[in-house]
Design a protein around this ligand. Structure first.
Ligand code: TRP
Ligand code: ZN
Ligand code: CA
Length: 429
């Protein structure tokens, strides 16, 4: 198969002129600000006070949960976010998710970051997961302070009832209409990012998200490891289960730090990353400031890098010029095209150039097959259309399809006598 992919020029455009002045990174994205650790810690102090005033926890169905949510929501509302509180019921109690949309960006490319806001009932849950909740909140507030104009639409989320089995995030994903689901290009999860004896773990899921975190850590000279303490044990699993690309950061729970890990990260080998995991001692003293600071900055870096990337320029074509014979009045044949190196979904006006040589084109039924197999009818058969050849360009709304993958042109000849072949076809993104 001859695939003449006109190679993707890396984005060359600099910051859009109406963006606030910010250092441009060589890849065309904007540089993230430093997230002030003191701000992140101030949120943890508030979560601790809320727990103390509400029976010592911030668990699902308890007053400390809703008070935590009200605190986060007020900060976001004041910063210009559009907030939504989503209610659900679980084990006889009302639960709440908080969703905060930053106005602007491409509604078909939604970048999400989230954290569970509930604690277990045995403690205040300051590392698990005040830490992730505060890091996501302070990153969102930094977006507002920068008045960032991202290319992607940014959405931040705080989940209820994670500790009871990822309940809130699953409720959100299950109730997201499929068209909105298809628009979510990535979900970044922070659950436990300030463990007192920290490791630096990056989720090994979506390669683009993983790379942005690994690059950030490489830049400060801190080694990372792949997160293995229970894949699927936090809210990213709700997104991953429906095919949304996910990533995230983690500093360890009840697993023990090895001597090799202590040698490269410091801390105490033979002790848990978080000896207060799910315990009453998960308070504001159960936080490693360096880990919390690094992971907050890493999240901001990921949001800025992934959220301000310019889309690939339109007009790139991928072509297959290998002839495929179309048997007379027989089963369909296909010709494949592999598209790679793009991000997100195909365009709403994907152009499909078709060059089929045939002596009675009314015999032909032609479909475009997306990488997941979804068929888009380009042409029906017609016994009265006796003209030769199908040489034309169709426009397909392929915005619900992932761009990368193997696309196929499917052609079937449904009437006897005349025959032909696929001469070439191409996709223009
Ligand atoms: N909230 C998770 C839990 O209580 C903590 C956790 C354990 C975790 N292992 C993880 C979070 C791995 C992210 C990745 O089970
Ligand atoms: Zn947790
Ligand atoms: Ca025929």
């Amino acid at each position: 198969m001859a695939v003449a992919g006109l190679l993707a020029a890396s984005p060359t455009s600099s910051a859009m002129p109406d963006r606030p002045a910010a250092a441009d990174v060589s890849d065309g994205t904007l540089a993230a600000p430093d997230i002030p650790l003191s701000n992140v810690k101030a949120h943890l102090t508030q979560f601790q006070s809320i727990a103390t005033a509400n029976g010592g926890n911030r668990a699902h169905g308890r007053t400390g949960y809703k008070a935590s949510l009200d605190y986060v929501k007020a900060k976001l509302d004041a910063a210009g976010f559009t907030t939504t509180v989503q209610q659900f019921t679980y084990s006889g109690s009302t639960g709440y998710n908080l969703i905060a949309d930053w106005p602007g960006g491409d509604p078909n490319q939604v970048l999400m970051a989230g954290a569970h806001l509930d604690s277990v009932s045995s403690g205040a849950g300051i590392n698990d997961n005040g830490s992730g909740s505060a890091a996501v909140l302070e990153t969102a507030l930094a977006v507002s302070r920068a008045q960032l104009q991202p290319t992607k639409h940014l959405r931040f989320a705080w989940w209820g009832a994670e500790e009871l089995g990822l309940v809130g995030s699953r409720y959100y994903v299950n109730n997201l209409p499929s068209t909105d689901r298809a628009r979510v290009s990535g979900y970044i999860n922070l659950d436990m990012v300030g463990s007192p004896n920290p490791g630096y773990f990056v989720y090994d899921d979506d390669p683009a998200i993983e790379k942005v975190f690994k690059d950030w850590y490489a830049g400060i000279g801190v080694p990372t490891e792949i997160e293995t303490e229970g894949d699927g044990r936090s809210d990213h699993a709700s997104f991953k289960n429906v095919g949304i690309p996910v990533g995230g950061l983690f500093t360890g729970a009840s697993r023990t730090k090895t001597s090799a890990q202590a040698a490269k990260w410091g801390g105490t080998s033979g002790h848990a990353f978080d000896r207060c995991y799910h315990s009453s001692c998960d308070t504001t003293t159960n936080i490693n400031d360096t880990a919390l600071d690094r992971n907050s900055d890493a999240l901001a870096h990921a949001i800025w890098t992934l959220g301000t990337a310019e889309p690939l320029p339109p007009g790139e074509s991928y072509e297959n010029t290998t002839d495929v014979a179309i048997p007379d009045n027989a089963a369909a044949v296909t010709s494949a095209l592999t598209v790679s190196g793009r991000t997100g979904n195909a365009p709403a006006a994907l152009r499909v150039g078709v060059d089929i040589k045939h002596t009675w084109r009314g015999d032909l039924v032609v479909d475009l097959l997306a990488p997941d197999g979804t068929a888009y009818r380009l042409k029906n058969s017609s016994s009265s259309d006796s003209a030769d050849n199908v040489i034309t360009t169709y426009t397909v709304d392929a915005s619900s399809e992932t761009a990368n993958g193997t696309w196929r042109l499917r052609v079937q000849d449904v009437a006897a006598q005349d025959t032909g072949y696929i001469d070439s076809w191409k996709l223009t993104f």
